[in-house]
Design a protein around this ligand. Structure first.
Ligand SMILES: *Cc1c(COP(=O)(O)O)cnc(C)c1O
Length: 404
């Protein structure tokens, strides 16, 4: 390798990121004290502020009991609103279009209740052929729920065939539901272009942004995206199973013809405690909320979103492009299945390996302290995360792969 360890360390001094805000796990193998963490696309690291801020919310319960709904430093009743502006700025939505609630696949189902309305000759759901299994199960079960055969209603198309399919058969599509950044290959799809084309063909266009939120710059409102959801435990560092985000475009927010599953949190907070038998949903995405939210699960999402808001996605993305470009250069000899153009990918590089990706990731961890994840049979996923990954981490990964 022509890049030395010292070169990598010098780059870290010049372009340091925000590693000091995170707990980086200690290494159990290799010659460095901390792991080189490349699995932030799977589970982001814990911000140091998460614990103390969560404890403050727990202490409010201890000190105030039920009165904490109104009297806590961060009152529970409107707690989710503390997250709304932060999440909206993260994904380029209006506050009225953005909410943190539930988990990702649950949100996709709730949104499909509203936005997958199959009709004769327009009943198909278009997904990418490498869609995440959970998304595949979700859309197939939605088709079945409507009495359709999922093998017919759900169409799986390679990502490079989506535009062509929409141009030729878009009139048969009720719903386009795609991953903004593909979980396997790291490819960033043309979200505005596909959204525009899908809408021109009369389809509803929704996005699963699990691998896009906190990874790439999003402008969901301006792009005219109908709906979207994303989880918060990958790039958003809010902890395992963290609450997800949801977006519904303004144009749908006061449409009385929309179907929606509702509960008491779907009703306007001003009249919620009138205990009326009929809900009065607000003209915001909050109307898609159902239950009173888990405050102690919202707390880590809030802490994390505040970090993103302080640093800003544009600046993060710039560092991300530099970092991934650096890693790509170090891996020049390998077969990278992720697009080479930075505009067509996020931070993740997916490398094809020979003979057992699982065994390789075990050795990377135990012999080198490098945490990467694999998708069998042959894909190694490396995600240098711009908030906390370093150039030295990239150097370590490339050096370990070279030695193995
Ligand atoms: C991570 C991921 C999920 C996970 O869904 P959960 O409901 O959070 O368990 C779903 N879809 C995609 C594309 C993902 O990357």
């Amino acid at each position: 390798m022509s890049v030395s360890e010292d070169d990598a360390r010098r780059l870290d001094q010049a372009d340091p990121g925000h590693r000091e805000l995170f707990h980086v796990p200690p290494a159990t193998g290799g010659r460095y004290p901390e792991v080189a963490y490349f699995a932030g696309n799977s589970l982001g690291l814990q911000p140091k502020a998460t614990r103390s801020e969560l404890l403050e919310d727990l202490d409010a319960w201890a000190a105030l009991g039920v009165e904490a709904h109104l009297e806590a430093k961060r009152p529970w009743l409107p707690y989710h609103e503390l997250l709304t502006d932060l999440a909206a700025r993260l994904v380029g939505g209006l506050p009225s279009e953005t909410v943190v609630m539930n988990s990702l696949t649950v949100n996709l189902h709730l949104l499909m209740v509203s936005f997958y309305r199959p009709r004769p000759r327009r009943d198909r759901i278009l997904v990418e052929d490498t869609t995440f299994p959970s998304d595949s199960y979700a859309v197939r079960s939605q088709a079945r729920f409507h009495g359709l055969d999922p093998d017919v209603a759900v169409v799986r198309v390679p990502t490079d065939g989506i535009v062509d399919f929409l141009e030729r058969q878009g009139e048969s599509v009720a719903l386009v539901l795609l991953g903004g950044v593909n979980y396997l290959t790291g490819e960033l799809l043309d979200i505005p272009g596909i959204t525009q084309l899908g809408k021109a063909k009369g389809a509803i266009v929704g996005w699963d942004l699990a691998h896009a939120a906190g990874n790439v710059v999003l402008r969901l409102h301006d792009w005219g995206v109908d709906f979207a959801s994303w989880c918060s435990y990958k790039y958003l560092n809010a902890g395992p199973g963290a609450l997800a985000g949801a977006f519904v475009h303004e144009r749908h927010l006061s449409d009385p013809s929309l179907h929606r599953f509702e509960g008491w949190w779907s009703t306007d907070p001003a009249v919620r405690f009138e205990m009326a038998p009929v809900a009065t949903p607000p003209p915001t995405v909050d109307a898609w909320q159902i239950s009173n939210p888990p405050i102690f699960s919202m707390s880590p999402v809030r802490t994390s979103l505040e970090i993103f808001d302080r640093v800003g996605m544009p600046a993060l993305r710039e560092r991300s492009v530099r970092l991934t470009d650096f890693l790509e250069g170090l891996l020049a000899e390998r077969e990278i299945v992720t697009p080479r153009d930075p505009a067509r990918r996020g931070c993740q590089l997916s490398v094809r390996v020979r003979g057992g990706a699982g065994e390789l990731s075990r050795r990377l961890r135990h012999e080198f302290g490098v945490i990467a994840d694999t998708r069998e049979p042959d894909i190694l996923r490396l995600a240098p995360v711009p908030l906390y990954s370093s150039y030295h981490d990239c150097w370590r990964a490339a050096e370990a792969l070279r030695q193995l």
